[in-house]
Write a protein that binds this ligand. Structure first.
Ligand SMILES: Nc1ncnc2c1ncn2[C@@H]1O[C@H](COP(=O)(O)OP(=O)(O)O)[C@@H](O)[C@H]1O
Ligand SMILES: [Mg+2]
Length: 262
């Protein structure tokens, strides 16, 4: 059984159907990239899975099954237990989501203590351990910093480390590297792939960079105008798909046209 089954969902804002007929299966330990131009509905799909659609948004048809149960049936308490624990998320600038006036360590402690009844000292230690496991340099200094004192890339790595504290089975990442320079981008991509390798975390990563998608993913989903235009194993999408839109996206990246990633 797949870890996550998005089954033919429509997502609507008010009466307007924004995403229609979207189906994605994700096995344990699999990385799926979702690509497509801005406005094609990528973020909407990720937010639907997380139960975090903005006001007026809802899954108006279909179902989302995680680990055998429908996410659409969960109440707030069940979501609190699952989100940030079994299912984690990272956004384009996770640092911007942190409280800017609070030490990173304090935010980390608070996050840990919403999921575990442990002392503040133990939570602080657990947070610092997590940073060092993610190979962030000088974890104690990071814990004692405010978000604005770190670079964007470092904040993003802290965000990922936080999201990984409970070794989630599923990580949803929405353009996690878009705001970063190429070197940091590569670090973050490697970090996510290591999570998959070490913990068997399944990942859905939204990116408009088909190079990143092709490098990381076992499976690629191509979205266009609110529907899935094409999807399949990486090799199929890169080499064999005859879908005109997919070919156009791939053709726009010279290194992919030359098949360097496969
Ligand atoms: N809060 C909202 N209310 C109404 N429509 C929205 C809202 N958020 C996004 N949309 C619409 O959903 C469509 C897809 O947006 P989005 O999922 O953010 O695309 P992507 O992430 O691929 O750029 C857009 O056309 C946008 O207008
Ligand atoms: Mg988006």
């Amino acid at each position: 059984m797949a870890l996550l089954e998005i089954k033919n969902i429509d997502v609507s804002y008010g009466k307007h159907v924004t995403v229609s007929g979207c189906s994605i299966d994700l096995e344990q330990g699999e990385i799926c990239s979702v690509v497509g131009e801005s406005g094609s509905g990528k973020t909407t799909v990720i937010r639907a899975v997380l139960g975090l659609l903005p006001g007026g948004g809802r899954v108006s048809s279909g179902d989302i099954i995680y680990d055998g149960r429908s996410l659409l049936q969960l109440n707030k308490k069940e979501w609190r237990a699952l989100r940030g624990h079994d299912i984690s998320m990272i956004f384009q600038d996770s640092g911007a989501m942190m409280n800017q006036t609070r030490l990173i360590g304090k935010s980390f402690v608070e996050y840990i203590r919403t999921h575990e009844h442990i002392s503040k000292q133990d939570a602080w230690k657990k947070g610092a351990d997590m940073l060092s496991r993610m190979r962030l340099p000088d974890p104690d200094r990071i814990m004692r910093s405010y978000p604005f004192q770190l670079s964007g890339g470092m904040r993003q790595r802290v965000g990922i480390a936080m999201g990984m504290t409970y070794q989630p089975k599923l990580l949803l990442a929405d353009e996690p590297t878009s705001a970063l320079d190429v070197t940091t981008q590569a670090q973050i991509v490697r970090q996510m792939m290591e999570l998959r390798d070490e913990y068997g975390t399944s990942i859905i990563v939204v990116t408009h960079d088909i190079g990143v998608a092709a490098y990381m993913a076992n499976k690629v989903v191509v979205m266009k105008d609110g529907h899935i235009e094409d999807q399949g194993e990486r090799g199929y999408i890169l080499n064999d798909s005859t879908n005109a839109y997919t070919r156009k996206l791939i053709g726009a990246v010279p290194s992919l046209g030359g098949k360097r990633y496969v």
